[in-house]
Design a protein around this ligand. Structure first.
Ligand code: GAL
Ligand code: MG
Length: 980
């Protein structure tokens, strides 16, 4: 076994790469289910399995059962780390092994897979196909070496016919954890091994189809199209083409060059919105291949990306093959569910970050309608660390391998395998050369090679850092990750060397934890600039690994470090739009509405509705519907339907009868439905007259003891601590509402996106700020009804530095309710605060909640597009958004009032200005300290935080810093809450 440390020997005994297909017997009825083919035999299932910690531990005659009987078994496909052998390791950028190509460690674990295979000679060949094996395999049949192959996410196909004997045969497969390919597979993912995709045997006719390429060409007026297929085989073939309705529209033989072409009149063109498929059947050597054909073209004109000559935008996500239970194994049902969810979230494009997915993924995309950026299995990100060993020089070191001759062949191989396998997929509209591997001659050459293999699709690659003086003109896009919205706004002016290339945000809006907070801002710019073809949110799912339940029944997901890894990147793998079980994060719902197909705005007289789709005529006849509701102060005043009829990329206007706009908070919601499913909404504020709360002045009395001032009225007694100036108790109708005194609060449990900001916060001990009370006085106002005023002057500080804030607090008690006003000066040196407000530790029995604000999802100043302003009733537990790494969550932006209640008591906070609040069973300390949601403990009280302001969440975990406009960076401010 020496090929796995040899960069020049990548495959031994394999068939050359070709288009993915599974033939049927010519006499069989073809279908889209390959399992229906009599020539297809799935070899998934339980295989015998032995695990060795090192390739050096493999027994002498490991292919011989009698000498080395198997000791265990394993499911194929699977990752052995999820089946009790070895442990998963999560690393993002850094290589899990010493960088020493072509060598890999001697402690190189091996999985020895063995199974029986029954063969009866029938004149057909047998091709053994592995769709994905990490990292490489040595294949043996009946003890004889058949071949070797690497490239984890590509097909390895072996013609094993000559190795088979009549009756029972023995297949043995030694899979190694590391090979020289490992240096090219440094994607940010769990590092796991094994046969992780389907394995099957194909019975193939001698002289059958080896490969074929389908191309479609559309005339300028779209009145005709030419569908052609070029077949590689040693004999003649015939072909038939069926229209989407099943009618046969062409048939004939391939010519001397193996080509069959047909003109299609009035073609129905494929696009992601309307994925119409024609069907092609190729007959050859007693086999028939059935292929779905989408007639479509992709082009770039003046920096604008077009499908079928129509400009489009990619509303994309990045997706890994990753599941909490099956790891890298992506069964069709799971992929389908992912795609259905994406559809329901208005996603129209997927980047297969960062390797080719299972072949069936693309067939689903063809049928369901997704544009796919198909990426090669290449990432060498760890080179950046290698280059900068011990000391940071620059990032260009990422390109170490990009220019290393030893890897030229392997990079081209990976590109060839990508293009050849997926060339017939209409959903694939762009080839991507890989991810984060820098640029160099290996890529320059290979980009040209990719073009020579396929001239119909543009070529994408983001990683343009280089260690040489060459250029990157081979690339058709300027592609960026995580650049801020200004970069998008000023493109292409800022990108002079772009030469009219479109801009793609191949990763943006890092969806880690509570976020992303900047989706809508990006789309404002993307819609405004024709040269920006859209973006792909990083990323689809959280990569938690399911490890069972805690004693009290909570599901345990592990992330980096939880398996005891030495080198790991913690929870950076938990950065998806959906939880591992595919429950939506609120960020996914935010994305859904930002990606909505219709956008409404107010015009002078009525409203304008824009159709954001490129090909779909939005009209009631096509199953679309627009319903509206007008509310004043959250109460419905009228509702109805608008008849919509909007051509693609066009707009229509509509009027609705509106009420008087003189007072109140008046909103109109437009909700859009396609075939009864809600696909998004707009909420437009029509009037928001500043409200003014006039408190009831029922009168109250003031008493005091050595520790507290006590203000009482008929049903309410409030105590103010003489030590802190804070409210220490609120008692209503004999029920004590607080478990402990209220606190001023400047901290939040850091979100993943607070990754840099939190360092400043912890540095000054923002989380630990204590009150220093300078003065406290109470005065009774005996005129009118008796009111009481208590004034406190205090500061908040901890140690080392000057106090972080100085505050003048004023309480005014009216009887039955009181106000809390603060005038705040924040230390000039504090950049921004996560929040400023008051924390009430409320009695557990008050677990109901009602509020008027942005709900019902959590909402922040920069993340509330899945929310409507409205009145919501809920309970404390449903307010908690259960991020697997706990963090700030559940805030509500734009709030007018919040009430918490039990059957016998209620506490309400309201204000003349909009504020934010959270109501949680967990303290921010508990959320900060717990590493996993399943470790969270509820406190003795619930916590109601009412905030003058809560900073936005942004996407700084990998993206730009939180924008100034979303920060609480004011140094002097004042606010008043009324409490009753
Ligand atoms: C990007 C990379 C992704 C992922 C992301 C951080 O730089 O392409 O694979 O690592 O950062 O989550
Ligand atoms: Mg990376």
């Amino acid at each position: 076994m020496k090929y796995h440390e040899d960069t020049q020997t990548l495959h031994v005994g394999t068939l050359s790469p070709h288009a993915y297909f599974v033939p049927f017997r010519a006499e069989q009825r073809v279908s889209d289910e390959r399992a229906d083919s009599e020539l297809f035999e799935l070899l998934n299932g339980e295989w015998d399995f032995d695990y060795y910690e090192s390739v050096f531990d493999l027994p002498e005659n490991f292919t011989d059962r009698s000498e080395d009987p198997p000791k265990g078994s394993i499911a194929v496909p699977s990752n052995w780390q999820l089946k009790g052998y070895d442990k998963p390791q999560y690393t993002n950028v850094r290589y899990p092994i010493p960088f020493d190509p072509p060598y890999v460690p001697d402690e190189n674990p091996v999985g020895l897979y063995r199974r029986k295979y029954a063969y009866h000679a029938d004149g057909l060949k047998r091709h053994l196909v592995f769709e994905g094996v990490d990292s490489c395999l040595y294949l043996y049949v009946n003890g004889n070496f058949v071949g070797y192959s690497q490239v984890s996410h590509c097909i390895s196909e072996f013609d094993v016919t000559a190795f088979l004997k009549e009756g029972e045969n023995e297949i043995a497969c030694a899979v190694l954890k590391y090979c020289d390919g490992t240096y090219l597979e440094d994607q940010d993912k769990w590092r796991m091994s094994g046969i992780f995709r389907d394995v099957y045997m194909l019975s193939r006719a001698e002289g059958g189809v080896e490969d074929y390429t389908v191309t479609t060409k559309i005339s300028a007026d779209e009145k005709t199209a030419v569908v052609s297929v070029k077949v590689k085989t040693e004999q003649g073939c015939s072909a038939v083409i069926y229209a989407p309705n099943g009618d046969k529209i062409a048939e004939g033989d391939t010519d001397g060059a193996g080509i069959f072409s047909a003109d299609v009149k009035d073609p129905q063109l494929w696009n992601a919105e309307n994925p119409v498929l024609y069907r092609l059947e190729i007959f050859c050597a007693g086999e028939v291949i059935s292929e779905n054909v989408g007639i479509r073209e992709i082009s770039i004109e003046d920096g604008v990306v077009k499908i079928n000559h129509t400009p489009i935008k990619f509303r994309g996500v990045n997706r890994h093959d990753s599941y909490p239970d099956t790891g890298f194994y992506a069964p069709v049902e799971k992929m389908k569910k992912d795609l259905e969810l994406m559809k329901s979230l208005n996603v129209n494009a997927v980047r297969t970050s960062h390797y080719p997915n299972a072949p069936e993924f693309y067939q689903l995309c063809d049928k369901m309608g997704f544009y796919v950026v198909d990426e090669a299995d290449i990432e060498t990100h760890g080179c950046a660390d290698v280059y900068n060993t011990f000391e940071w020089k620059d990032y260009n070191g990422i390109a170490l391998i990009a220019g290393d001759k030893r890897f030229e062949k392997a990079i081209a191989d990976r590109h060839e395998r990508l293009v050849k396998r997926d060339i017939n997929r209409p959903s694939v509209v762009i080839w991507s050369l890989g991810n984060e591997s820098g640029y160099g001659d290996n890529f320059r050459k290979s980009a040209k090679f990719v073009r020579s293999l396929d001239s119909t699709r543009p070529v994408h690659y983001e990683s343009r850092q280089k260690l040489d003086d060459g250029n990157d003109r081979d690339l058709d896009f300027v592609s960026v990750m995580y650049w801020d919205t200004d970069y998008v706004k000023f493109y292409p002016e800022s990108e002079k060397e772009a030469y009219g290339r479109p801009l793609m945000l191949c990763e943006y809006c890092h969806a880690m934890g509570n976020g992303p907070g900047d989706l809508e801002d990006y789309w404002q710019e993307i819609y405004a600039n024709a040269n920006v073809c859209g973006g792909f949110v990083w990323e689809w799912c959280d990569h938690g690994i399911y490890t069972g339940k805690t004693d009290d029944g909570r599901e345990k997901y592990f992330y980096g470090g939880d398996f005891g890894e030495v080198v790991h990147d913690g929870n950076f793998c938990m950065d998806g739009l959906v939880y591992p079980d595919r429950t939506l994060h609120t960020g996914a719902m935010e994305m859904k509405n930002v990606y909505r197909p219709i956008r409404a705005s107010k015009n002078d007289g009525g409203f304008t509705f824009e159709n954001k789709l490129a090909f779909t005529h939005i009209s009631s006849e096509n199953g679309w519907e627009c319903r509206y509701v007008v509310r004043r102060d959250t109460k419905i005043i009228c509702e109805g339907k608008i008849s919509i009829d909007i051509k693609p990329m066009c707009a229509q206007t509509a009027d609705i009868a509106l009420p008087e706009m003189a007072d109140g908070h008046i909103t109109v919601d437009f909700d859009y439905y396609k075939n009864g499913e809600n696909v998004g909404f707009d909420q437009i504020e029509l009037c928001n007259v500043k409200r003014e709360h006039i408190p009831n002045k029922n009168g109250c009395t003031l008493t005091e003891n050595s520790r507290e001032y006590i203000v009482s009225s008929d049903n309410m007694t409030v105590s103010v601590s003489k030590r802190s100036g804070m409210i220490s108790q609120i008692e209503k109708n004999g029920v004590k509402l607080l478990e402990k005194p209220a606190r001023l609060n400047m901290f939040r449990a850091p979100t993943d996106n607070d990754i840099t900001a939190k360092n400043d916060w912890f540095k000054v001990y923002l989380d630990k700020a204590k009150i220093k009370l300078y003065s406290l006085s109470a005065e009774e106002n005996c005129r009118e009804n008796k009111t009481v005023k208590i004034t406190a002057e205090l500061s908040l500080g901890y140690a080392v530095y000057e106090p972080m804030a100085r505050v003048k607090l004023t309480y005014e008690f009216f009887g039955g309710e009181f106000s809390l006003s603060a005038e705040v000066d924040i230390h000039e040196k504090l950049k921004f605060l996560p929040r400023f407000g008051v924390r009430f530790f409320t009695a557990k029995q008050l677990d109901g909640i009602e509020y008027a604000g942005y709900g019902e999802n959590e909402s922040y100043i920069d993340k509330h597009r899945s929310c409507k302003f409205g009145r919501y009733v809920s309970d404390v537990h449903s307010q908690h958004e259960d991020y697997i790494r706990p963090q700030e969550n559940g805030s509500h932006f734009g709030t007018e009032y919040v009430k918490i209640f039990s059957s016998s008591a209620q506490l309400e906070v309201l204000s003349d200005m909009d504020f934010s609040f959270n109501f949680s069973p967990y303290t921010q300390e508990a959320l900060t300290n717990a590493k996993h949601n399943w470790e969270l403990e509820e406190g003795e009280s619930n916590v109601l935080c009412v905030d003058y302001k809560m900073s936005g969440v942004g996407s700084n975990s990998c993206g730009p810093e939180l924008k100034e406009k979303y920060r609480l960076s004011e140094k002097h401010f004042a606010f008043t809450f009324f409490i009753r």
